[in-house]
Write a protein that binds this ligand. Structure first.
Ligand SMILES: Nc1ncnc2c1ncn2[C@@H]1O[C@H](COP(=O)(O)OP(=O)(O)OP(=O)(O)O)[C@@H](O)[C@H]1O
Length: 276
């Protein structure tokens, strides 16, 4: 469902952390919050979920303000980096937990678990104890549990950052696949520029409690709003692509260029011929 954040100000221990954030996500959009450590990404996510008090501004889900609505009644679910699963319980129990709270009938719970485990590619793992699962498998269970709550807005707070690069990419692909299928409005917090570019419809680049730019990956790459955004994206090593007829095309962004045809590597402000 759609999400609108209007002039949001949040103060923690007498220090203003968010200075008037404006952001909107259309129904089914995939948004990333990108920015240096401490810029307020988690604070924004927790505010949306109702885990922090808001001093000024508004948060609307499907046009209705959710300020004052208890976290469990907002229709938001956060998956944190530490996952917060119950290690002594089975996979099934972990996933049915939100359904128990909603008093979903047992039969329906079992059918849902089956469907969710299929979705996260863990069919047959119902009776396994959480502590017998690998890191990547736990991430999948956490995702299944989040989806079990049937959220209006799914909030992902760097859920893959503890994984090695290969697993991280795998999880990224899975989340994107699930998003394509279920179209749940999703906000992902990440430090990883490449992940944000690959996964998002739009990216909010944050710095020190403000949003510096909120736009599609393509527009941000082609027209960074200011030097801070350009420098931030400049840290990304490169993307690979092809120049044909004056146009550079890659999986991440496209740009008009005055270069001969061929394969190129590109940073935000440079192009280098060849793939080496
Ligand atoms: N409970 C709190 N009380 C006081 N200050 C806090 C609290 N939680 C976070 N902060 C401060 O708020 C600022 C933003 O923190 P936040 O966790 O939102 O940043 P972040 O962008 O998510 O960082 P990271 O990428 O490292 O997770 C930081 O300066 C942090 O020290």
């Amino acid at each position: 469902m759609s999400l609108t954040i209007e002039n949001l100000k949040v103060t923690l221990q007498k220090k203003e952390i968010l200075h008037g954030i404006n952001l909107d996500a259309k129904e089914g959009e995939f948004i990333s919050l990108l920015g240096a450590s401490g810029c307020g990404k988690t604070t924004l996510l927790k505010s949306i979920a109702g885990l922090l008090d808001v001093q000024d501004g508004n948060i609307r889900i499907r046009k209705e303000s959710v300020l004052g609505v208890a976290p469990e009644k907002r229709g938001t679910i956060i998956v944190f980096q530490d996952l917060r699963l119950f290690p002594h319980m089975t996979v099934e129990k972990n996933i049915t937990f939100p359904m128990e709270l909603k008093r979903v009938p047992k039969e329906e719970q079992r059918a849902n678990v089956k469907k969710l485990l299929e979705a996260v590619q863990l069919s047959g793992f119902e009776k396994r104890k959480m502590r017998e699962m690998s890191g990547g498998q736990m991430q999948r269970v956490a995702l299944a549990r989040a989806l079990a709550a049937n959220p209006k807005v799914l909030l992902l707070d760097e859920p893959f950052s503890g994984l090695d690069e290969k697993l991280r990419e795998e999880m990224g692909r899975l989340v994107k696949e699930l998003h394509e299928l279920w179209k749940i409005t999703t906000i992902l917090v990440t430090h990883d520029i490449r992940e944000a570019l690959q996964m998002s419809d739009r990216i909010a680049v944050m710095s020190e409690g403000n949003v510096l730019q909120y736009d599609t990956p393509k527009n941000i790459m082609e027209h960074p709003a200011n030097q801070t955004v350009a420098d931030y994206f400049g840290k990304m090593n490169y993307v690979e692509g092809v120049v044909k007829d004056g146009k550079f095309v890659s999986g991440l962004f496209e740009a008009e260029v005055d270069l001969p045809d061929g394969e190129y590597k590109a940073g935000i402000t440079w192009f280098k011929k060849g793939r080496k």
